[in-house]
Design a protein. Structure first.
Length: 84
């Protein structure tokens, strides 16, 4: 189920503002592209339908190798439908 944090992250992702999720203290110490990849993988892990979520082995591959494509995350979990 999506949480307020994942819902906020999803909103920023959809608005091409996901870099705002990065800790400002990490600026110039961590590649923005790597952080965005982590966010994208994380959003894929909280999709509404469990069958659309990556397996943990897929998550490890996506985080370990830039050559592995990360799918665009689908709809977040049911939080928005239940609590809004």
């Amino acid at each position: 189920m999506a949480t307020p944090a994942s819902k906020s992250a999803r909103k920023l992702w959809n608005e091409d503002r996901a870099s705002e999720l990065m800790d400002p203290l990490l600026e110039n110490q961590f590649p923005t592209a790597a952080a965005l990849r982590c966010i994208q993988v994380g959003l894929s892990c909280v999709q509404q339908h469990p069958e659309d979520r990556p397996t943990m082995s897929s998550v490890l591959l996506m985080l370990d190798s830039e050559s592995v494509l990360v799918p665009q995350p689908g709809r977040p979990g049911l939080y928005s439908e239940i609590f809004l």
